[in-house]
Design a protein around this ligand. Structure first.
Ligand code: XIL
Length: 636
């Protein structure tokens, strides 16, 4: 029998392997590559370096997927699924040793930096083995790293299940306490790393697997109460349609009924077409709804109908004039200067309660939009050969309707990758990368003019970031990515994008050398994106100015791609306004600076919302920063 084990965790099975590979050294690769023929039509399918590249439709080997990421253990590793006889097992006194499931232990991986003295032995784990437990049973897994020096090694783990506790026992050991439930049945793996007390880079990694088995009698599993998720109070204009995705959740994985208790007249509450546990409220408001409206929802436990959870959604319906702003809007001012002034669009804004107000504000203030999350690999291509374009398609539609330029972000990045990509064998990663670039750029070639081709390839100290891509190809992946992007976007602006590189430091020096060498090898790169996730504590604008100039001197375009300015350390909205103004003035005064793009516009949807880093409040009121930008754009 073949068993499929579904894991709800981030990948960790291969962490050890990845790191081991990385330490065995995969230095920079070659930079060869055929020059691009400018008259050529974009080929439907063409590798960049034909002699080196296997055909792209050689799809990377895919794990079989169920309704979630799947770990398929090799046949010999799968244990005797058919042999499990769970009759008469006393759940409270189960001895996993008696369960006839065997997992071949994974070898520990030792990571040893250079220059380790021979008498320093790596740390090790005492008695750390794979676990088999029943759903409903509490696991207390003690992590006890030891070291021959007698000192206590440091310790960390890969991602734990969200409900697990990580308890410090204050004796050098830690306990992972976790009671898995029905949705956890399957195998998860956790990689634990012990850090040598003398040389911190000297480490041992051990991956353990925890198999969660369904007990014969499911009633032994505690039944926890359900809850309602996905509701945040909102403000809308009268006449707007409120869209609210209401999700019933249950830790036991069973979804009970979900009801709206006081639906306003004309509103609908319907099943989500794809997600069983979501219902969608749609309600077009009128001036008669002015003020705060409370809409109540209830879910009932699927097993025990006496368990219920209620949740209220408060929406304030306001007069549209509340959102009027005196003077010209930023977009009109930017258009008048032929200057690109932008925002990053929140993923599927049209599913937000205040979608109408969000879209109207965006259309009034911006003439360029970045895909904040809607083109990220994990979203677009979560499983091999499965693509989800809905979010990006809708953004493209909106942008065209509003005559906005579109900035595609990011093609090659080490984060927000799907599990299947992270687990690819190193030798398959190049093809996967080229294929992803082809799929995305080819699809949107007519709509997206600017691309962040490679994102965040550098570390703070200026070295190359060790990533899924670098580990497999060395730094050569960067040039390959640009060449591939050029094949499908003949005229697009191809950018390298990174953070903490806007001022002079080791990282921006490294970026300077990188783009210089890309240029020298005729790699098709047009410009550099400076993310600029700043705070009000930032002061070194002179350094930014000099830094921009040296990149401009290389003949590169400059984009401020992800600007947001968090208010920290007692900073004020006025300081924030001044910072927004300074950055804009740097851009307007630098001929190479093509665009000023803010990473969102309302604090409500900012990825750093706790620092209120954007130019509108949560309720869409312009902040001092907005007025500072207005004043500078109109030449005051
Ligand atoms: C962020 C998004 O804003 C978040 O919504 C998401 O959860 C994580 O990514 N550098 C980048 C962006 O290049 O893609 C990141 O965007 C912010 C940092």
């Amino acid at each position: 029998m073949t068993m499929t084990f579904v894991s709800r965790l981030q990948p960790s099975l291969l962490t050890g392997l990845t790191l081991a590979l990385l330490l065995t050294g995969c230095g920079g690769g070659s930079n060869s590559g055929a020059p691009v023929d400018d008259d050529m039509d974009p080929p439907v399918e063409a590798p960049v370096e034909p002699d080196e590249t296997p055909p792209l439709d050689d799809t990377p080997e895919a794990p079989v997927m169920d309704d979630g990421p799947t770990i398929n253990l090799p046949e010999t590793d799968q244990g005797g699924g058919d042999d499990i006889d769970l009759d008469n097992v006393d759940l409270d006194n189960v001895d996993p040793e008696t369960l006839p499931i065997t997992l071949t232990p994974l070898p520990a991986v030792t990571l040893s930096p250079e220059g380790i003295s021979s008498d320093n032995q790596p740390p090790y784990f005492d008695d750390l083995t794979d676990q088999v437990i029943f759903a409903g049973q509490e696991m207390n897994l003690v992590l006890a790293p030891k070291d021959s020096s007698g000192q206590v090694p440091g310790l960390f783990t890969s991602a734990l299940p969200p409900e697990a506790q990580y308890i410090d026992n204050f004796n050098g050991t830690r306990t992972i306490r976790w009671r898995p439930l029905q949705p956890d049945v399957g195998i998860i793996s956790i990689t634990v790393t012990a850090i040598d007390p003398v040389v911190p880079l000297y480490r041992i990694e051990k991956t353990i697997r925890i198999q969660i088995v369904m007990p014969e009698d499911e009633s032994t599993i505690p039944n926890l109460p359900p809850a309602i998720n996905g509701i945040e109070d909102s403000v809308v204009r009268s006449g707007d349609t409120v869209v609210l995705l209401v999700r019933a959740v249950d830790p036991n994985g069973t979804v009970g009924p979900l009801d709206a208790l006081n639906l306003p007249p004309g509103a609908t509450f319907t099943q989500h077409p794809e997600e069983d546990d979501i219902k969608i409220l749609r309600w077009t408001t009128t001036p008669g709804d002015f003020g705060v409206n409370e809409l109540r929802f209830r879910t009932t436990d699927a097993i025990d109908a006496s368990m219920k959870a209620d949740k209220s959604f408060f929406v304030r319906v306001a007069d549209p004039s509340e959102f009027d702003i005196p003077g010209e809007r930023l977009r009109a001012l930017a258009d008048a200067r032929s200057f690109k002034f932008g925002y990053a669009s929140v993923l599927r804004w049209y599913n937000m309660p205040d979608a109408d107000l969000y879209a109207a504000t965006a259309a009034q203030d911006f003439n360029i939009v970045t895909t904040e999350n809607s083109l990220k690999w994990g979203l677009v291509n979560p499983l091999p050969e499965q693509y989800r374009w809905d979010a990006a398609d809708e953004l493209v539609r909106f942008a065209k309707q509003n005559d906005m330029v579109i900035h595609g972000h990011p093609l090659v990045w080490h984060r927000q990758l799907p599990q299947w990509v992270q687990k690819l064998k190193p030798e398959d990663r190049r093809n996967a990368m080229l294929k992803f670039i082809r799929e995305v750029v080819n699809r949107y070639n007519n709509d997206i003019q600017i691309w962040d081709v490679v994102n965040e390839a550098l570390e703070e100290d200026g070295s190359f970031r060790q990533s899924t891509w670098f580990d497999a190809m060395g730094s050569s992946y960067i040039a390959s990515a640009f060449k591939q992007a050029r094949l499908y976007s003949r005229n697009g602006e191809l950018l390298y994008n990174d953070y903490d590189v806007a001022w002079e430091n080791a990282k921006s020096d490294a970026m300077y050398s990188l783009v210089q060498s890309l240029r020298a090898s005729d790699t098709p790169i047009n410009g550099v994106g400076f993310q600029m996730h700043l705070t009000t504590a930032f002061t070194d604008y002179d350094s930014v100015e000099r830094n921009f100039q040296r990149f401009a001197d290389l003949g590169l375009d400059i984009y401020i791609t992800e600007l947001d300015i968090g208010i920290v350390d007692g900073g004020s909205e006025q300081q924030q306004a001044e910072a927004y103004r300074k950055v804009l003035s740097l851009c307007l005064n630098q001929p190479a600076c093509q665009a000023y793009q803010i990473w969102g516009f309302t604090d409500r949807y900012s990825w750093r919302k706790e620092t209120s880093p954007l130019i509108f409040t949560n309720s869409y009121q312009p902040k001092p920063a907005w007025f500072a930008l207005q004043s500078l754009l109109q030449g005051d």
